[in-house]
Design a protein around this ligand. Sequence first.
Ligand SMILES: NC(=O)c1ccc[n+]([C@@H]2O[C@H](COP(=O)([O-])OP(=O)(O)OC[C@H]3O[C@@H](n4cnc5c(N)ncnc54)[C@H](O)[C@@H]3O)[C@@H](O)[C@H]2O)c1
Length: 295
Amino acid sequence: MHLTVVKMDFPQPNLNENITKGRFKGHVAVVTGGASGIGRECVRRFANDGASVAFLDINKDRGREYEAEAQSEGHDVTFFNVDVTDRKLCFATLNAIAQQHGGSINYLVNCAACFIYKGLEATKDDWERVLAVNVEGYANMVQACHPHMKKAPAGDRCVVNIASGSAFVTQPNNWVYQSSKGAEVEMSKSMAVSLARDGIRVVSVSPGTIWTSLTANIVDHDKELAQSIWGKSPMLRRCGESAEVAAVVAFLCSRDAGFITGTDVKVDGGYTAIGPDGHSDAVGRKQTLHSKSTC
Ligand SMILES: NC(=O)c1ccc[n+]([C@@H]2O[C@H](COP(=O)([O-])OP(=O)(O)OC[C@H]3O[C@@H](n4cnc5c(N)ncnc54)[C@H](O)[C@@H]3O)[C@@H](O)[C@H]2O)c1
């Protein structure tokens, strides 16, 4: 297979993590899927910004490992081995987390996902598992957090549901995962209107292709290859980093985002906005056309 390596004109800039240190001091954040990828970076960023963080994941080994790493760096980070489809366990865990932290929870980030990319060949089990984790699991967590979030100080209550660019643009044979991500975006809007009266903001975040173990496994951890495959499409001509998604999640939870709710925020380098003729060569041709147009 011939692959063109795409030049990255605008690599990832340094994040403002030093400036935001301490902004969540005394606040409690809960993150699902926190043992890996975007979820793990959300845990790290909340901890960097001063929050106490509880993260839930089915991957016990990676969860324990990251908990130990974060604690050794002096952060208040605790791991809970929870499958978000286990509704009863979600409620019991959130009760325990709230109790440990004076009764309230400020932020929830739903990130845990099941990735089954199938279309015509999808089975009943595929549908049930993906919808149970990606849709019902997100709802379970919001329901379990709700009574504790209402007790947090007004202005410091927020839910972020990690959706995907797949909710907006399509790929072949992606019926199952794509439906679940579309559902997350729509469900987030309904959650936002339901919870506004409790002062809880709800936002979905839709990443483009992000370098995580999910994407790394597809290309045998070859980042240059990933860049040649997925880095070509976004306006910014590169894959994103988990830390860049986490930075947006933390911003959305902060008071600086106090007037944002019921919407989706795309963190995709412009991927979902651009059409097939959007890149420079085609744009060059278009400009020639435009220069000839009359009105
Ligand atoms: N990586 C990307 O390119 C990309 C792009 C768009 C959207 N997303 C979204 O970002 C989120 C995170 O993706 P990622 O790439 O970091 O994936 P990842 O595989 O690195 O992390 C997902 C984590 O969720 C955990 N998990 C899975 N099922 C669970 C369950 N039932 N209960 C609790 N934990 C569970 C896994 O053990 C894993 O640690 C997902 O919602 C995904 O749809 C990712």
